[in-house]
Design a protein around this ligand. Structure first.
Ligand code: SF4
Ligand code: FE
Length: 507
């Protein structure tokens, strides 16, 4: 079986027994829980579109391992075209769901591990790349969804992993034997964790000599013994248990359904281990993963912007002001901001490069700029959406009040728009804008794939500031400018002496 449909994916989750906690309850079958279903539906879209011939070009790829057609979410990029199609896939899925479709973290973890385990084996003679390729083939052949689990809780950030008091601050290897490793600790904010098939663990940061046991990467099935999940709360999340209309995007919800993952004496066999103590390789693994993931944000979030721009135009139209010049101006601003971020994602993909492993990776500088722009511009286009939609997005009565025979019609009259527009549709659209712009989506745009400070560190590190100083010094005449000397046919000192003489003669 090379590809699952959306429905087959949902069915596949029913076979997994997990230990998930949500609002003080224990849930073992995630598809039984109404709160989780929109997130599961969204992830299912990554499967469904890959089985639709209309989207095959973007949503599928040819496995470099088996030669089979696979879902692009399990593919290792092997060309610039692959990098560009990945970004197109992100925007497409954002447009189809209006939310986070979760599967990209696993995809980026696969690609980061492919290159890093190759480098590790080359330098250290280890077997990690072989282990990883075996795991990859399993993921590709079964079309599995992997949750990328990178972020540790991190406790007091001023302490290194080995200096932390709490054993939950950073996941670590607590034991090794000839069969494998035992790990303990936690990972936090893990997107799509409860509705994946596999968890891919990566270290969260560069590690030092004393942090070797924290330099760990592996993959394990989601239902491995010793793993517990605690599902996060989101703004207005319980509305989806009360009323589909009030919840905004009842089919797909908002952001990725994050969870804390607790690991208690979890055994990982060596063949599933991709790093165990090689602290020197953590920085490049983290940087490669982060670059791949940050590149996505000008795809997925721009897909969301497309939805919000469409919703804003729809609501302005329903209110009879779609052609007003101030509305056209605001919508144009939203479009220009979104397309700026799209350009960033495309450019970091087109400027990608081949890695020693043969796979392709994005331009890291441009990927970090992409994500940094998103941390600002996503807020800005949502601000404009609020401006266009009006205060109604936070003052609408509930679906339950609309259902009251003595009140429903009066409420509908209060919130009606121009003739010919169904007022119930106005409610749906305003709730969609509320859900996408007021809830958890914006902090996710800020912190998902790393906070702005993390992007700025990468941008500063790769800025080539010394080269820029040389440009300035050359133009200012502090350094020799051979090109200028060639143009004027003499050295600069002589040229300026002559110029000064000419200025004097003219006076
Ligand atoms: Fe994918 Fe975007 Fe969600 Fe990250 S935030 S998992 S890139 S959809
Ligand atoms: Fe994210």
């Amino acid at each position: 079986m090379a590809r699952m449909t959306g429905r087959e994916y949902v069915e596949s989750l029913k076979e997994l027994e997990l230990e998930v906690y949500y609002m003080g309850r224990k849930i073992t079958r995630v598809t039984d829980e109404l709160m989780f279903m929109p997130h599961i539906n969204t992830a299912a879209m990554t499967y469904e579109l890959a089985c639709d011939p209309e989207y095959a070009e973007i949503m599928t790829a040819t496995s470099h391992l088996s030669g089979e057609t696979i879902n692009r979410f399990t593919h290792i990029h092997h060309s610039i075209d692959d990098l560009v199609k990945k970004i197109r896939m992100m925007r497409l899925l954002g447009q189809k769901t209006g939310t986070c479709f979760q599967r990209c973290v696993g995809l980026d973890a696969l690609n980061a591990l492919y290159t890093t385990t190759y480098d590790l084996d080359q330098e250290r003679g280890t077997q990690y790349h072989r282990n990883f390729k075996k795991f990859l083939s399993h993921v590709q052949s079964k079309d599995l969804m992997s949750a990328g689990a990178m972020t540790d809780p991190r406790g007091d950030r001023s302490f290194r992993p080995s200096e932390q008091k709490s054993p939950y601050a950073y996941l670590k290897i607590t034991n090794r034997n000839q069969d494998g490793i035992i790990v303990n600790g936690a990972k936090a904010h893990i997107t799509g964790a409860i509705n994946s098939h596999e968890i891919i663990v990566l270290p969260t940061r560069a590690m030092g000599e004393d942090d070797r046991e924290f330099a760990v990467s592996f993959a394990t099935p989601v239902n491995t013994r010793g793993i517990k999940y605690i599902f996060s709360r989101q703004t207005n999340d319980s509305r989806r248990l009360e009323s589909p209309l009030d919840s905004g995007n009842p089919k797909y919800a908002i952001v990725g359904g994050e969870a804390v993952i607790l690991f208690k004496d979890v055994f990982i066999p060596w063949e599933r281990v991709f790093m165990a103590g090689e602290a020197e390789f953590c920085a490049s693994l983290v940087e490669t993963f982060a670059g791949n993931h940050r590149a996505n944000y000008g795809g997925c979030k721009v897909g969301l912007a497309d939805v919000v721009i469409g919703a804003s135009h729809w609501i302005a139209d329903a209110h009879g002001v779609a052609k007003a010049s101030h509305i056209v101006d605001k919508l144009t601003d939203m479009i220009a901001m979104a397309e700026t971020c799209w350009s960033c994602s495309l450019s970091c993909s087109y400027e990608g490069h081949q890695t020693p492993s043969g796979s392709y990776s994005i331009n890291p500088m441009l990927a970090n700029v992409t994500k940094l722009n998103i941390t600002k511009l996503a807020y800005e286009w949502m601000r404009v959406a609020h401006d266009i939609a009006g205060g109604k997005i936070i003052t609408l009565p509930s679906e339950k009040d609309l259902d009251m025979p003595e009140l429903g019609d009066i409420i509908r009259e209060c919130f009606s728009g121009r003739d010919g527009v169904d007022v119930d549709d106005i409610f749906k659209m305003l709730r969609l804008i509320e859900n996408m712009s007021v809830g958890a989506g914006l902090p996710e745009a800020m912190h998902g794939a790393g906070s702005p400070a993390a992007q700025k560190i990468m941008i500063a590190r790769r800025s080539g500031i010394d080269r820029k100083r040389v440009y300035a010094e050359t133009i200012a005449g502090i350094r020799p400018d051979q090109l200028f000397e060639s143009i004027v046919g003499m050295n600069e000192a002589e040229y300026w002496k002559k110029t000064r003489d000419r200025i004097k003669n003219q006076q």
